[in-house]
Design a protein around this ligand. Structure first.
Ligand code: FAD
Ligand code: DHB
Length: 391
């Protein structure tokens, strides 16, 4: 098999890259180890920045998003038993976020690729990327029947997430990795219940952080800070509701409860790999960076990476100039480090650290007071949360 761009991974990064390349008339093949059903059913992120939404709408995959997504003009920070609203719309000159689940984005992207004649090889595992620094790189893969195949390409995009083979293909001596592991995780649930709030609630409480989000008028998404080594079996529905109620208490607020039908624990880390390029291999999305989910940046960063990468590959084919390809890592890393700082900041401000002193507690509250009473401070949070235009 041969194609222009061989893409490993059908997550948001890989599928959006394939879609954007198609719009530039560039052929690609996506290699994905999981099945379509499994990808379309995996519950992950839920908040889309304005720039992500604009890109989806502008490139013809925003119809369902516009119909079914929930536009949020602000969010609530809850601490000291009180809610404080941050008005994104007013603080950013009209920018907002849209709540629309990651797997819904993936469904829309997969459908669009298939409608456009795109090739996605589901249940094909990439086992090696060869000749990344040569003229003709190749992806070795194994299909569902176990037969080895080869995909030859002009370029390879490693969009294969944190545990993929893309990053590992770059020799250790050629990359530098930055890692911070947090001493807590997030316990996430989906519950059949009506919304408890019109907007997301980010709550800081002595018992730990909690986040109230939504999926639809019938299904709610909520998270609370937990021990990363804890197990979902330790948490009955009653215990989960008690914890979430306690962490969001105050001013008579009560979460509306319902049957919990999904539970999971995610670890929290900040990670960046520099560089994001090795010859004709380019990394994008979680393959190159991870953020703790508090800033809702993971999916949005992946989209920004491939927006830049599609433009750079497009420029190579259109003009023969290597300039944008050469500049890709630096251009992507500027936004990645901005998001790294924001995600670390939101995480530090809202979570309970086991070794926090009383001084640390007071300082955390003082910071939240500042963000919710000072217009310039609130603006910094709002601008970062809704995100700058792509690029
Ligand atoms: P991924 O979505 O990880 O996609 C990579 C794809 O590559 C996968 O489909 C994988 O199967 C495939 N793959 C890997 N190796 C191979 C191989 N060798 N061959 C073929 N295919 C391969 N972010 C938030 O902002 N908020 C959240 O609440 C949130 N929750 C999350 C929960 C979980 C459990 C995880 C893992 C992530 C979460 N994130 C969250 C982060 C967000 O979902 C990611 O940032 C986003 O998915 C990144 O997209 P991606 O395309 O780079 O990588
Ligand atoms: C959701 C996830 C996040 O990480 C976040 O910061 C806000 C919302 C969600 O899944 O809805």
């Amino acid at each position: 098999m041969r194609t222009a761009v061989g893409i490993v991974g059908a997550g948001p990064a890989g599928l959006m890259l394939s879609h954007l390349l198609h719009r530039r008339g560039i052929e690609s093949v996506v290699v994905e180890s999981r099945s379509r059903e499994s990808i379309e059913a995996t519950i992950r992120a839920g908040v889309l920045e304005q720039g992500t939404v604009d890109l989806m709408v502008e490139t013809g995959i925003g119809e369902r998003l516009r119909r079914e997504g929930f536009v949020h003009h602000g969010t609530e920070l809850r601490f000291g038993g009180r809610g404080h609203r941050i008005n994104f719309y007013e603080l950013t000159g009209g920018r907002v976020v849209t709540v629309y689940a990651q797997h819904e984005v993936l469904k829309d992207l997969i459908q669009a690729r298939l409608n456009d004649g795109g090739r996605i090889l589901f249940e094909h595992r990439a086992t090696a990327i060869e000749d990344a620094t040569g003229e003709r790189p190749a992806i070795r893969l194994t299909g569902p029947d176990g037969r080895p195949e080869t995909l030859e390409c002009d370029f390879v995009a490693g969009c294969d997430g944190f545990h993929g083979i893309g990053r590992a293909t770059i020799p250790e001596a050629a990359r530098r990795e930055y890692l911070r592991v947090y001493p807590f995780g997030w316990f996430g649930i989906l519950a059949k219940a009506p919304p408890s709030s019109d907007e997301l609630i980010y709550a800081r409480h002595e018992r730990g952080f909690a986040l109230i989000s939504t999926r639809s008028p019938e299904v709610q998404r909520m998270y609370f800070q937990c021990d990363p080594s804890d197990s979902v079996e330790n948490w009955s529905d009653d215990r989960i509701w008690e914890e979430l109620q306690a962490r969001t208490e105050g001013q008579g607020f009560r979460l509306r409860e319902g049957a919990i039908f999904q539970k999971g624990i995610v670890p929290m880390r900040s990670f960046v790999c520099e560089t994001m390029r090795h010859g004709r291999l380019f990394l994008a999305g979680d393959a190159a960076h991870i953020v703790p989910p508090t800033g809702a940046k993971g999916l949005n960063l992946a989209v920004n990476d491939v927006f830049l990468l599609a433009r750079a590959i497009g420029s190579h084919y259109a003009t023969g100039s290597p300039e944008l390809l050469d500049g890709y890592p630096a251009a992507a890393l500027r936004r990645i480090w901005r998001a790294q700082h924001f995600s670390w900041w939101m995480t530090s401000m809202l979570h309970r650290f086991a070794d926090a002193s009383e001084f640390d507690d007071r300082r955390q509250l003082a910071e939240l007071e500042l963000i919710t009473t000072s217009l310039p401070a609130a603006t910094v949070l709002a601008q970062n949360y809704v995100g700058m235009p792509l690029g």
